[in-house]
Every structure is written in structure tokens, then in C-alpha cells.
Design a protein around this ligand. Structure first.
Ligand code: FAD
Length: 463
């Protein structure tokens, strides 16, 4: 996810940051069966140690509540996951960027963690056509023309109706797709796939009315040279976190909540559920009492998108020094290896990162690593020639197949509405509270949205 068109206008306070270094140890000492009943504060279970769960737990612990975090994986961070597989080259397999550093709480945390960041510039880009030739000025102008026609088509659709349709169908109708030359279809397809990289949903499923409902963000995009985990490690400091605890069911009544895991049952006054939308949709975690109809509808109708990464490490750099490289494949290779980022500047290593989103991103999850690397190399050989060196290493993600994510981030599917994110966020009976990126109406899909949702859920309890 990068080059975001919508930049957030947050105007945020930074709850919890001031006290970040002062929290020594969490008061909760959960047994296998119960959270401690010794504290005078509320007993709270947080499900999930991603950024939203850590933010919630930290805020609650700082307010004197008795908190334990239950996390299914054997690591914290969730969709923030810095790989240390290549010594000295930390690579983010999930989130990479702070999107819009102005007023962004993650930028404040990065400063607190003394984490080094580098700016990436969306305008620093080299573009290539299907035959590998560089896009010339005339073709660059044609790409821009088609992109603004698409934007206009979608904007006027949003103004003219409240009946939803897919982004693809609106664009194809407005541009009279069947009358376009093959060349123009290729350029339009390239533009459509750009939306998929932005929002992770398929344009065939993305709501034309609401695909871009998120708030604008402000400022530059930066990524971490030492990995995003510096943020989650900072937030996790001193908290009571049980990794390897897979939550299986959540029950509640007027006396409290019961959370069943593969390693025993936990009781508390409240639970904060930060399960990713994809996990909620899968039904892997059972809710004892029925969730409100509006919440069930939100879970059902919002979409969970896919963005996958393929890092390739080479013996030397053979690509240009721009931050980005884009590739315009033929229309029959729709969505394949269109976007690359040059990671050699932040890592000081010859590393390229290729992205695949939506349908193609999902398809290749079923391929072997070798097939994926060969496919990526096919595109790079088309651009740079068949004598480029073979990669000496690769790292590949499969977020849709990950049982504890079931996708990369949420998007607005046809017939979903922005209000559904509020329904997803709403607490139930003042016992079961919900957080996570998908619950943030304005900044869904982002780390800062997830973080803020965790603070919001914690405040529901602490205040
Ligand atoms: C490839 C990729 C690239 C991205 N790029 C960016 C980016 O550059 N910038 C940006 O701002 N955002 C980006 N995002 C989005 C960002 O990573 C997420 O919005 C954010 O990390 C979500 O945090 P969360 O706390 O809501 O969810 P998660 O991080 O998913 O946390 C939920 C936690 O719940 C745990 N869990 C799941 N099931 C169970 C269970 N049954 N029992 C117990 N625990 C369970 C999970 O293991 C996980 O740790 C990207 C995401 C991906 C996948």
C-alpha cells in the first residue's frame, strides 16, 4: 500500500505517549484459568497483539486497569511483521510506511523509539511498457489522461447516484470499454490496477460510491530502515502478553466475559476484540451470544483485500535509482507485477520489492515460491534483459492464506457503507469492545487507524 491518494487530516492528540516510558510492569498476572482478581481496576482481556491491541492494552494499563493480551501467533505485531531472516537487513513483510507523517501518532511513536525513517517519493518513478521499453513523454501523458478520465468518471458517478456498482463497471461504462483500442485498454487496465494496489480490493468488487471514503492524510510517506517492529516493541514494553494463545470463543453476560483459548479459559470484566475483519468473517472465533444485526451485516458486507510482497535480493543493483518502478503489462496479463519499489536506498543492499494486489495477489498464493520468483523474474528480464543476475534470496508473503489475518486490510466492497465501520466498532453490552484497522471509519487500512481504534476502545472502558 503506497502512493495513497487520500491523505489524512487527523488533528490528533497522542494519548498514552507521554507516559510511554514510565509504565514499568503490568499489574496483571494471569493464571491459565483467570486474570488476576487482585487489582482495584477493571480486568480486561485484549484479543490480539497487533498495533490496535497493543495500543489498547498500553492505554488501559496506564490507567491502572488489569490487562492481559492473548495472541495466537508466537510473535507480537500482527500485520506489522519485520523479518530478520537476512542478517542486518530487516524487511517489513506487512506494513512498511507511515502514511502522512504530519500529525500522525505513529510518527510521534517513531520519534520516541528513535527509529530512523526515510522518505519515499511517489514522483520518483521509472515506468516501463509491456515490451520493456521505457515510457516516453507521449505515453506518460496518455497514461495520465486515462487516469484523470477514470477519476472524473468515478467522481461524477458518486455525485449522480446512490446506487452502488463496482469501480470496474463504472469506469468501463464511462470510457466505452468495448470501443477502445488494445493499446488504450492496456493503459486503462494499468490505471485500474493502481486502485487495487491502493485499496487491496479487486476493482470488480470495490464500491464505486465508497472506495475512497477514507480521510485525507497530510505529509510525506516514510518507511523504517530498521523495521516497523520498533513501534510494536515500544508499545509492548512491560505489558502482560500471552503468545501462542488462540482464542476460540468469547462469551459474556451481565457479570463479565469468558474467553476460551487452546490453552485454557480466561475471565474478565471486559474484552477488547482486535481480530482482523478476515478472521471475523471466517467464523473461526465463536461469539456465545448473538452479535447485533448491524455488526453482523458490517462483518459480512465490508471487504478484506489482499496485497502481497515479494522481496528479491541480487548480487548487485541493475535497476535505476528512482524510488519506484512501474510496469504496464499487456491487458491479458492484467495486474501482474505492475509496482516495484527500490529498497536498495533504505537497506543499502541490492534488494527490490514487487507488489501484487487483489485477484492476482490472491492467485499467486497458490503457487510455489519458485513459480512466484520465476514469474517476477520474467517481468524483470523483459525490462532489463535476460542477462540480469539470478536472485540470491527471496522473501514472499501470503497474507490471504494466513489464518490469523485472512487478508491484508479491509476495503469498501460494493453495497458496504462507511457507517458499517462504526457498527463494527460499536461495543456490545459494555462488555465486548472492538478495535482494529477495519473499525476506523476514516483511517481504515492503516497502522495509524488501527492504533487510534485501540485507544478509542480502551477509553470506552477506562473512562
Ligand atoms: C502487506 C501489507 C502492507 C501494508 N502496508 C501498510 C503501510 O505501508 N502502512 C500502513 O499504515 N498500513 C499498512 N498495512 C496495514 C496495516 O498493517 C494494518 O492496518 C495494521 O497493522 C492492522 O493492525 P490491527 O491491530 O488492526 O490488526 P493485526 O495487526 O492483524 O492484529 C490482530 C492480531 O490478532 C491476532 N489474532 C488473530 N486471530 C486470533 C485468535 N483467534 N486468537 C488470538 N489472536 C488472534 C493476530 O495474530 C494479530 O496479531 C499493510 C498491511 C499489509 C498486510
Amino acid at each position: 500500500m503506497h502512493r495513497r491518494r487520500f491523505l489524512q487530516n487527523m488533528g490528533l492528540s497522542l494519548p498514552g505517549l507521554a507516559a510511554l516510558t514510565s509504565l514499568s510492569a503490568c499489574k496483571v498476572s494471569a493464571t491459565d484459568a483467570n486474570t488476576s482478581a487482585s487489582s482495584e481496576g477493571e480486568r480486561v482481556i485484549v484479543v490480539g497483539a497487533g498495533i490496535s491491541g497493543l495500543a489498547a492494552a498500553r492505554h488501559l494499563a496506564e490507567q491502572g486497569e488489569d490487562v492481559v493480551v492473548l495472541e495466537a501467533r508466537n510473535r507480537i505485531g500482527g500485520r506489522i511483521w519485520t523479518s530478520e531472516k537476512w542478517a542486518g537487513v530487516p524487511l517489513d513483510l506487512g506494513a512498511s510506511w507511515i502514511h502522512g507523517i504530519d500529525g500522525n501518532p505513529i510518527a510521534a511513536l517513531a520519534a520516541k523509539a528513535k527509529a530512523r525513517t526515510v522518505v519515499t517519493n511517489p514522483d520518483s518513478s521509472t515506468e516501463y511498457l509491456a515490451d520493456g521499453s521505457e515510457v516516453d513523454d507521449a505515453r506518460a501523458k496518455a497514461i495520465e489522461r486515462w487516469q484523470s478520465k477514470m477519476e472524473d468518471a468515478l467522481a461524477s458517478y458518486q455525485e449522480g447516484t446512490d446506487k452502488d456498482a463496482s469501480v470496474r463497471s463504472v469506469v468501463e461504462r464511462a470510457l466505452d470499454w468495448s470501443s477502445l483500442s488494445d493499446d488504450d485498454k492496456t493503459l486503462v487496465s494499468f490505471g485500474l490496477n493502481d486502485y487495487e494496489h491502493e485499496y487491496a480490493g479487486s476493482v470488480g468488487q470495490m464500491s464505486a460510491l465508497h472506495f475512497d471514503s477514507g480521510a485525507d492524510i497530510k505529509g510525506k510517506d516514510v518507511l523504517f530502515t530498521g523495521g516497523y517492529r520498533q513501534i510494536t516493541d515500544l508499545l509492548a514494553r512491560g505489558l502482560s502478553i500471552r503468545t501462542g494463545h488462540v482464542v476460540e470463543h468469547i462469551d459474556w453476560d451481565s457479570s463479565g466475559v469468558t474467553v476460551g483459548t487452546n490453552k485454557g479459559t480466561f475471565h474478565a470484566d471486559h474484552v477488547v476484540v482486535t481480530l482482523p475483519l478476515g478472521v471475523l468473517q471466517s467464523g473461526a472465533v465463536k461469539f456465545g451470544s448473538s452479535l447485533p444485526a448491524s455488526k453482523r451485516t458490517a462483518i459480512d458486507k465490508l471487504g478484506m483485500g489482499v496485497l502481497n510482497k515479494c522481496y528479491l535480493r541480487f548480487p548487485k543493483v541493475f535497476w535505476p535509482g528512482t524510488d519506484w518502478m512501474t510496469y504496464v503489462p499487456d491487458v491479458d496479463k492484467y495486474g501482474q507485477w505492475e509496482q516495484w519499489i527500490n529498497i536498495s536506498r533504505p537497506t543499502r543492499q541490492p534488494v527490490l520489492l514487487g507488489f501484487n494486489a487483489a485477484d492476482f495477489g490472491r492467485t499467486i498464493e497458490g503457487w510455489s515460491d519458485t513459480q512466484i520468483v520465476n514469474s517476477a523474474m520474467g517481468t524483470l528480464k523483459t525490462i532489463f534483459g535476460s542477462d540480469i543476475p539470478a536472485p540470491v534470496g527471496y522473501q514472499i508473503t501470503r497474507w490471504a492464506s494466513d489464518p490469523y489475518a485472512q487478508g491484508s486490510y479491509s476495503f469498501n466492497k460494493i453495497n458496504s457503507t462507511p457507517a458499517m465501520r462504526d457498527h463494527l466498532a460499536a461495543s456490545v453490552d459494555d462488555r465486548v469492545h472492538f478495535a482494529g484497522e477495519a473499525t476506523h471509519r476514516d483511517s481504515y487500512q492503516t497502522v495509524h487507524g488501527a492504533y487510534l481504534s485501540g485507544i478509542r476502545a480502551a477509553k470506552e472502558i477506562a473512562d
